[in-house]
Ligand binder design. Structure first.
Ligand SMILES: *Cc1c(COP(=O)(O)O)cnc(C)c1O
Length: 468
């Protein structure tokens, strides 16, 4: 199995090289050269497997033998051994043929753990084999940072620096990052916004000397291995509900389009899917695209579901590549044009290639609160605002009621306690393993929004560990 860049001008790479590369050198994203496909019999034989066993089966053709089977099995078992539910990604029935798949049982209570827990271990394994070390620098508006920190803490071959906007993340999110006492982890509060953090990050990656000196690497959502790990739970849900002998639909709260793209990949690998509902909040660019072929960038608006407050979804490029019949030159033109004009132009014929499979749905904050309150009244369960957006979309876009609909629950209610309390009057408790989060000691470094200050800090701390 080799991977090619969506922009068509980077060398094809094997899985382990794609893992470490992140972005391709031509600025594109890596996708499998051809989607491996499971036959119906192969899928039937996967029913009833434990989550780690299923993960091995689904990911093996994508890893393509680049990690030894016994090693890979151990990494996968370790990655999912620490989830708070034995099924890892359990399904819970909410209504007639409407299911919620809980993806928030990982250490930081958001679905990002499902991919990140494996990614950290894969990085460490490959780097150790090669005798290399890297420095991961990331910018976060909340969930990604804590997931990356939990996944990479205490790993010898990785240094982690996470930038977040000072006083602009929730208290739970901040504490999940600042209370990790690991020598290889540093969180930096930047006096600025999330965009400032991203600009600092970009500037560091664009500084080739710095990039080489520190061996900078990223774990952001464009990393192929994150998508790969997320494909597994689509199979897990589908097979549990009768696939391949039955078709299933999914509703996915979407931001950077990584999660729903993993669903598309599962479909490309043989899972029979009736439709994907791409659920958005008021930042509705994806909704407009899938409903009427209008992808034009608007101002980002803050909402109750901040992890979806995104206009330009980085992983959308991977779907666009398939929409344009995998023509790298056409894709490069479309993306360059999109960056310049803020508007993506796609032929109606090409748009129709995917608009039958995807539907868009958008939910404003008022409706999000109402759904949280309704679900609590109906089921006694507290759901987080992102999950509420997905459940509303699932109900609104059910289609054929005989097709099971799975709404993905992407965060635990306790990760967004203020919104949940405002909607229901009840403040959700943190699960047992995080119950003392508010008592743990924080380690906070505040730095100005200044490239020299930030890169200086990183250099100094990498040096300290390197010398130790
Ligand atoms: C990251 C995130 C999303 C959006 O997922 P994408 O893969 O970026 O589309 C949705 N909900 C929560 C809770 C998240 O953390």
């Amino acid at each position: 199995m080799r991977y090619i860049s969506t922009r068509g001008k980077a060398p094809a790479l094997a899985f382990d090289d794609v893992l470490l590369a992140g972005l391709a050198v031509d600025g594109g994203l890596y996708v499998p050269e051809a989607w491996p496909r499971f036959s119906a019999d192969e899928m039937r034989s996967m029913r009833g497997l434990s989550y780690p066993e299923l993960a091995m089966r689904v990911m093996s053709p994508l890893v393509g033998g680049r990690i030894g089977e016994a090693d890979f099995a151990r990494l996968v078992r370790d990655a999912y051994g620490d989830f708070g539910h034995r099924a890892v990604a359990p399904l819970r029935q909410h209504d007639a043929n409407l299911w919620v798949q809980e993806l928030f049982h990982g250490p930081t209570l958001a679905f990002k753990d499902v991919a990140m827990q494996l990614l950290g271990r894969l990085f460490d394994h490959v780097l150790k084999k090669r005798g290399e070390r890297i420095t991961i620098v990331g910018a976060t508006s909340g969930d990604t940072g804590s997931a990356a920190i939990e996944a990479c803490r205490d790993r010898d071959s990785i240094e982690v620096f996470i930038l977040y906007p000072h006083e602009r993340v929730s208290e739970v999110q901040r504490r999940q990052m600042t209370t990790v006492a690991s020598a290889n982890v540093r969180t930096i509060a930047i006096e600025g916004t999330f965009d400032d953090c991203q600009d600092l990050l970009k500037a560091m990656f664009n500084d080739n000397a710095l990039r080489r000196e520190l061996r900078l690497s990223a774990v952001n959502s464009i990393n192929w291995a994150r998508i790969m790990a997320q494909i597994v739970y689509y199979f897990h849900a589908g097979l549990s509900l009768g696939a391949p002998d039955r078709t299933v639909s999914f509703s996915v709260p979407s931001g950077n389009f990584g999660n729903v793209f993993a669903g598309y990949a599962a479909h490309a690998m043989g899972l029979p899917v009736e439709s994907f509902v791409v659920a958005s909040n008021r930042n509705d660019i994806l909704y407009r695209f899938f409903e009427r072929n209008d992808m034009s960038v608007a101002e980002v608006q803050p909402t109750l579901s901040p992890s979806m407050d995104i206009q330009v979804s980085s992983n959308f490029e991977r779907l666009l590549f398939d929409m344009l019949a995998r023509d790298g030159a056409a894709l490069t033109r479309a993306m360059t044009d999109f960056r310049k004009s803020g508007r993506l132009t796609i032929d109606n014929a090409q748009w129709r290639n995917v608009s039958g499979l995807f539907h868009g749905h958008r939910v404003d904050d008022e409706r999000t609160r109402r759904v949280i309150a309704d679900v609590f009244a109906e089921t006694g369960e507290l759901i987080d605002p992102h999950t509420a957006v997905g459940i509303d979309a699932a109900r609104a876009r059910r289609g054929d009621a005989s097709v099971p609909m799975v709404a993905l629950a992407t965060a635990h209610a306790a990760k967004f306690p203020d919104a949940v309390e405002a909607a229901t009057g009840i403040r959700p408790d943190l699960p047992g393993r995080l119950a003392d989060l508010y008592e743990r000691e924080e380690r906070i470094t505040v730095l100005p929004n200044d490239l020299a200050a930030v890169s200086g800090f990183i250099r100094q701390h990498v040096g300290l560990r390197g010398a130790a």
